[in-house]
Design a protein around this ligand. Structure first.
Ligand code: NAP
Length: 292
């Protein structure tokens, strides 16, 4: 595909990302690369919105005719009551990362679960035989839980370090529209869980730059996984993490977080433009930006 130079005209439509701060967001790089490749008359901008300005901002976005936007920390939960409609998956995850204008109101969904699923769905595998173990119980873990449920994993086990947060995490799924087989565990229970796992996901920041020598598991623990287990790290800097290096050394199939990041963006772009997103272009733009 030939990339078109960005020309802002009277007809150019606005997309963007809101956060506070938002300067770390890689979404503008990824989305503007895709817009240029598709030759669309759009531009994607970062909007730093302070928490007490959220409602004013989205009312203003409606007034200026923004087509849609992504949401990052700290607005992913607080925006939900301000929207006209929220998808079931976003409702279950408890967070919205993509919003679009439709029929006189802002509608929201969460594309993180679809982003996480994309590389797994390309595999030939009976997911009903693959219990999932998720390390961490923060925001990203919620999308991973919804995704594992969608895949068909028969059991979803979540490991965390703060008992109170773990219990609240388990409790929150009881009222979700998804009917989940979920259990929560502390890290000292890990050794008894690992031998039954088909999919192991790191959704903690352990191993992320600037501490690339850390891993959530020891080599001995990695070697307790069955030979067919898949190991997935949501972290995308560094690539690969120590965790994924350990898993690869044990002969296991691995995935890092870059494709999830790209695919959640691709899913958002498709909602806004109704066009197929150029996933490889978006990935390359991120790699260039990350200096990889
Ligand atoms: P979060 O909401 O802050 O949750 C982090 C979780 O990790 C919490 O459960 C936390 O436990 C746990 N944790 C933190 N440090 C730990 C440690 N040293 N040992 C054990 N557990 C620890 O963060 P998040 O938004 O879920 O993000 C988690 C990771 O996923 C980050 O590395 C982020 O970059 C990555 N991510 C990637 C993508 C992608 O598209 N690839 C998308 C989202 C997130 P407590 O609750 O007890 O503190």
């Amino acid at each position: 595909m030939v990339t078109q130079p960005l020309v802002i005209k009277g007809t150019t439509q606005l997309l963007g990302v809101i956060g506070y701060p938002v300067k770390h967001s890689m979404s503008p790089v990824m989305h503007n690369a895709a817009i240029a490749t598709l030759g669309l008359d759009y531009v994607y901008l970062p909007f730093p919105i302070a928490p007490d300005q959220l409602k004013t901002a989205i009312d203003g976005f409606a007034a200026v005719g923004l087509k849609g936007f992504n949401i990052t920390i700290p607005h992913k939960q607080t925006i939900m009551p301000l929207l006209t409609g929220v998808s079931d998956v976003a409702q279950a995850i408890g967070a919205v990362n993509t919003v679009w204008w439709s029929a006189g109101g802002w509608r929201g969904t969460n594309t993180d679960a679809a982003g996480f699923l994309a590389p797994l769905q390309a595999l030939e595998r009976d997911w009903h035989q693959s219990p999932a173990l998720i390390l961490g119980n923060g925001g990203a873990a919620r999308a991973v839980v919804a995704a594992c449920h969608q895949l068909g994993c028969p059991k979803i086990m979540v490991v965390g370090r703060t008992l109170q947060k773990l219990e609240a995490f388990a409790e929150s799924w009881q009222t979700s529209p998804l009917n989940l087989n979920i259990s929560v565990h502390t890290w000292d229970q890990l050794d008894s869980l690992l031998p039954q796992i088909g999919l192991l996901v790191n959704s903690t920041p352990v191993g992320m730059a600037p501490k690339p020598d850390a891993s959530p598991l020891t080599d001995v623990q990695i070697n307790q996984l069955p030979a067919q287990a898949i190991v997935y790290d949501l972290i995308y800097t560094p690539r690969p993490t120590k965790f994924l290096q350990q898993a690869a050394a044990a002969g296991l199939v691995t995935f890092d977080g870059l494709e999830m990041l790209v695919q959640q963006g691709a899913a958002a772009l498709e909602i806004w433009t109704q066009q197929s997103a150029p996933v490889e272009v978006m990935q390359q733009a991120l790699l260039n930006h990350l200096g990889q």
